[in-house]
Design a protein around this ligand. Structure first.
Ligand code: FUB
Length: 452
């Protein structure tokens, strides 16, 4: 009898662990609420996949709170890097609110973030452009694309002959047009309304090419009822006409009211990225990234993806994501350089340079954004020619007492582990001040969430 009881207890324990395991591993990235993933593999580095995403604010009940964008990369779909805030509404002079879905493109040696926000002057949803020399940003706003009035959910597709096309739309509308070479305007004569060609269309177009055909995928509302499902249509030309071809992600447990995603080939696998409310246990406005391998039938149609089944994250249960923040990015990434300066004379740094000039109380501050209260390991890469003490403020808490945290001198550049810190849900500022080492050089910060 006793033996029987412990057998049943073991089975219950196994079921609990198993249920929890498969349930909690499905989101791709678990330390931050992110949505609307646009996936890219850039020319010259087919080993890396990049995700450009919008960002949901914890505890929110409306997408109106969205105000910035994040970039993630991976080379194995298991180990991810979050590059922090790469563009905020605070750095977009014409924008006022609703930093919604974005996309990115590589053109003429630069990387562009194509995003949407309401414009202050007109109250219209505009499609913004921001530029960076590197795929991970941060991005600098360069204005909005001319010729578009309802610019929500932009997706930029560059065809094999290098022609840039923009697709956008929401509320049951989808438009497309060829862009000028500098991406700053649509070519009005090419603009087309695709809405009637896309069955149950609601928003969020995305175009990819498969076997010479153009696939336009989009979130739709079946019978005009929420939540959204993912559909697609196929055309022989980028601007259509498109013919509806089916639904590839139906409704699923723990989804958000919205869905929105992208489709890309990476290392010979087709992958569908999208979002859900899995991590927030069904809170529709705080969403997380999802991904599943995607397969085609022989006739070119897409096999249905069922997000309840083992997705890419389930296949990689030991996946994790670190947050990597270049010290020199300052306000462009939500941080701050107060009195400190960016230099480049000592080689071997990553990014655009390193931060130095820690005289008096000068400091460098970085922004860390997370979905929930969590512990994380804080690392920095520094070059220090003498032992020194540092004040490291994490949110409102100092890491050490009045004497500061003692840090040893290094042999050139070294990545050092400063130990565990406590992050709170939402925005966390980490401020670093050196007491007595003006010549200290800081290259970057790494924040490794403790996944337990
Ligand atoms: O993320 C905000 C909005 O929700 C997007 O712009 C839509 O596509 C929907 O996902």
């Amino acid at each position: 009898m006793r033996k029987n009881k412990s057998f049943i207890a073991n089975i219950i324990l196994f079921l609990l662990i198993y249920a929890n395991h498969s349930y909690s591993q499905q989101p791709l990235i678990t330390h931050i609420f992110a949505a609307d993933p646009s996936a890219h593999v850039w020319p010259g580095d087919t080993n890396k996949l990049w995700l450009y995403t919008s960002h949901d604010v914890p505890g929110t009940n409306h997408h109106a709170t969205m105000s910035d964008y994040h970039v993630f990369s991976t080379s194995d779909m298991k180990n991810w890097i979050d590059y922090g805030q790469v563009l905020s509404i605070d750095n977009v002079d014409w924008g006022i609110s609703y930093a919604w879905a974005c996309d990115a493109c590589y053109r003429h040696g630069k990387y562009y973030l194509i995003f949407c926000m309401f414009e202050k002057a007109s109250g219209l949803m505009r499609t913004g452009l921001a530029v960076s020399d590197v795929p991970q940003g941060p991005f600098t706003n360069i204005g909005y694309i001319k010729g578009i009035d309802l610019g929500q959910d932009p997706a930029l597709f560059i065809d094999d002959d290098n022609t840039p096309y923009l697709y956008w739309g929401a509320g049951g509308k989808c438009y497309a047009a060829e862009l000028t070479d500098d991406l700053k305007s649509i070519i009005p004569s090419t603009m087309i309304d695709l809405s009637d060609q896309l069955f149950e269309l609601f928003e969020g177009p995305w175009v990819h090419k498969y076997q010479g055909k153009y696939y336009l995928s989009y979130p739709g509302l079946p019978d005009k009822k929420w939540p959204e499902e993912m559909y697609y249509a196929i055309a022989g030309k980028a601007l259509g006409p498109y013919k509806y071809a089916g639904k590839y992600i139906p409704r699923f447990k723990m989804q958000s009211g919205t869905n929105h995603g992208s489709i890309i080939k990476f290392k010979n696998n087709w992958i569908a990225f999208y979002h859900s409310a899995w991590l927030s246990e069904g809170m529709s406005e705080v969403r997380n990234l999802m991904a599943d391998y995607m397969y085609y039938n022989a006739d070119g149609t897409i096999k249905t993806i069922n997000p309840d089944a083992a997705g890419i994250s389930n296949a990689n249960p030991d996946q994790h994501c670190i947050i990597f923040l270049e010290a020199e990015n300052g306000r462009a990434a939500g941080g701050r350089l107060e009195g400190t300066v960016v230099e480049t004379s000592l080689g071997g740094y990553s990014g655009k340079g390193y931060v130095t000039g820690f005289v008096r109380r000068n400091y460098v501050e970085v922004l860390v954004q997370v979905a929930k209260d969590m512990k994380a390991v804080l690392k920095i890469r520094i070059a220090a020619d003498q032992d020194f003490a540092a004040d490291i403020l994490v949110g409102a808490k100092m890491m050490a007492g009045w004497d500061g945290l003692k840090i040893k001198k290094t042999k050139g550049w070294e990545e050092i582990n400063l130990g565990e810190v406590q992050l709170k849900e939402g925005d966390n500022k980490i401020r670093f001040t050196s007491h007595d080492n003006a010549d200290l050089k800081i290259d970057y910060f790494i924040i490794e969430p403790v996944y337990k």
